[in-house]
Design a protein around this ligand. Structure first.
Ligand code: DQA
Length: 143
């Protein structure tokens, strides 16, 4: 089963970006972890990252058309983007929202998400492990 892991703005800078908040794992390492964990779970995982809202929307439209489950960390767009929420609303396969940091323990504006109303579940504050747990849950739906 194919799964898209989609990462939004600034997540390409993981490893160097506020390591006290986001850890020292780079995006390449996170992507490799997701692909490896997915393979062990019987999932064909594809990891993508963009700093462009329109590109992220295009990938979500692709997931809509192909009925592919999505693991989404939309970064700061999570808290600001109506159009992102609208795209998530169109998904038919399960959507899991992930945030590396515990968004509820930070600034108030990070507590609101345009993604959450459309997500089957949300994993926050568990770092890269949150992605692995999301993939594990998605794989459990197939068996
Ligand atoms: C984030 C949390 C967001 O608030 C922030 O804007 C990010 C990363 C996380 O993974 O913890 O870019 O989504």
């Amino acid at each position: 089963r194919r799964v898209l892991v989609l990462n939004g703005p600034n997540l390409g800078r993981l490893g160097r970006r506020e390591p006290a908040v986001y850890g020292t794992t780079t995006h390449a390492e996170l992507a490799a972890l997701c692909v490896r964990a997915g393979a062990e779970l019987g999932l064909a995982v594809e990891v993508r990252q963009t700093d462009h809202e329109g590109e992220l929307l295009g990938w979500l439209h692709e997931a809509v058309d192909d009925e592919v489950p999505v693991v989404l960390n939309a970064g700061g767009l999570t808290h600001t983007s109506v159009v992102l929420g609208d795209a998530c609303a169109m998904l038919t396969a399960p959507l899991v929202e992930v945030h590396l940091s515990n968004v509820h323990a930070r600034e108030e504006f990070r507590r609101h998400s345009y993604v959450s109303p459309h997500a089957a579940g949300v994993l926050v504050g568990l770092g890269a492990e949150g992605y692995v747990l999301a993939l594990s849950w998605l794989s459990s739906l197939d068996s």
